[in-house]
Design a binder for this molecule. Structure first.
Ligand SMILES: [Fe+2]
Ligand SMILES: [Zn+2]
Length: 396
């Protein structure tokens, strides 16, 4: 349950802001313009419900406060220019406080991992996650923190992967649809062959790349064909430590990723998909928000000539890390087991396999990151957890 919000101990008004001292010693500053814009009275509406009726150009650039009072419920303001009345609850003010400490506390910290997690892989029973809100929340939090988890006892029919995906959100239908990965005679993807696959991310050629990927094993190969995973956030953290120049280049120089589909995809349509973005995305604090790595999709670089050789040195530095077995885990999925991973954080691959009597058969489908975050936040809101206000890394 949410702890009761601290009360306001003292409040003062300056020309441009109100300063609040809380009973727990925390100090907050709220600018007049910020408060006036975020008024959530019946007339102003709220940004949550889509019925917002506040127009930034209609409020003064420097709104002035006529009257300021505070009580146990919160802060009441009468604005000077139009005598509009706003009320802000203590809980709301504290939740949205933008002091450096509050902003840092809201930022979600990921848990980095490497090959040592091999013997401690986060595993959940699918039916338990489906039936219990608490276990469902733990599954969602695990994917938020680690970028992956394993699921047990999925139905190996098509419905099984759909149900697993629905733990995270609605299935995103791309040209792959729900992709059947089998050893095909006509091969359009390296996934259709028995070759080993280096750790990579899927569909990097999409401007809006795929987020959460669910992999369901239907029929494992008799030998090999194990799934591999690498924490991309840990890999680029290591790159930042060992080759800061390479990290800077890969987080600023855009790469073009492309893919032509001649009509072999689910809907039979041709596609020429091209995205252009740096492989590492940072936020305003320099924190990694998303990673996009797939050397098979990199098309001719379209950058200033002086950057070409440094770029190739940088990407070699990165690939040496992402292909390093010390960062990789290997999971020999059995029929009915599944993996869920964040395709904008975690790289996946596969060990080689030889064709046996029963052909290997796996399925994948995806859920958009915003739908995953929405499912997570709703679960947290329903359980009344303050984490629903966390700043989550959005991917690419
Ligand atoms: Fe893949
Ligand atoms: Zn209002």
């Amino acid at each position: 349950m949410t702890a009761p919000a601290p009360a306001i101990q003292a409040i003062e008004k300056t020309d441009s802001a109100i300063n609040v001292l809380w009973t727990d010693g925390h100090r907050s500053q709220y600018h007049h313009i910020w408060l006036r814009h975020q008024c959530e009275c019946r007339e102003c509406g709220t940004p949550m419900d889509g019925l917002r009726n506040v127009w930034i150009l209609d409020i003064p650039e420097k709104p002035e406060i006529d009257e300021l009072t505070s009580g146990p419920d919160g802060v009441r303001i009468t604005w000077a220019d139009d005598h509009h009345q706003s009320v802000y609850t203590t809980q709301w003010l504290r939740k949205h406080c933008y002091s450096p400490q509050s902003r840092a506390a809201r930022r979600h910290e990921v848990t980095y991992w490497d090959t040592r997690i091999q013997h401690d892989i986060p595993v959940f029973e699918f039916s338990a996650a489906q039936q219990s809100a608490e276990i469902h929340l733990r599954v969602l939090e695990t994917v938020r923190d680690y970028g992956f988890c394993q699921l047990e006892n999925l139905d190996t029919r098509l419905q099984g992967i759909q149900n697993a995906a629905h733990l995270f959100g609605p299935v995103r239908v791309t040209h792959f649809g729900i992709s059947e990965i089998t050893e095909k005679s006509a091969q359009y993807n390296v996934g259709d062959s028995g070759r080993a696959l280096h750790p990579h991310m899927d569909e990097t050629y999409r401007i809006s790349s795929v987020g959460i990927t669910v992999l369901q094993m239907v029929t494992p190969s008799e030998s090999g064909g194990h799934s591999t995973l690498v924490d991309g956030f840990n890999a680029v953290r290591r790159l930042r430590d060992t080759s800061p120049d390479a990290f800077d280049l890969l987080s600023t120089v855009p790469v073009t990723f492309c893919r032509h589909h001649a009509g072999e995809s689910l809907d039979g349509k041709r596609r020429m998909l091209v995205s252009r973005t740096p492989m590492i995305r940072l936020d305003e604090n320099g924190e990694v928000m998303g990673v996009r790595i797939n050397e098979r999709h990199i098309s001719p670089l379209d950058v200033e000539g002086s950057l070409v050789e440094p770029f190739y040195r940088a990407i070699r530095d990165l690939l040496k890390i992402t292909y390093d077995p010390a960062l990789r885990i290997e999971i020999p999925l059995q029929a009915g087991q599944g993996l869920v991973f964040d395709n904008q954080r975690v790289l996946h691959g596969r060990t080689a396999f030889v064709r046996g009597k029963r052909p290997r058969h796996a399925r994948t489908c995806t859920v958009n990151t915003e739908e995953f975050h929405s499912t997570l936040r709703l679960r947290q809101m329903d359980l009344d957890l303050p984490e629903s206000n966390q700043t989550l890394y959005p991917g690419m």
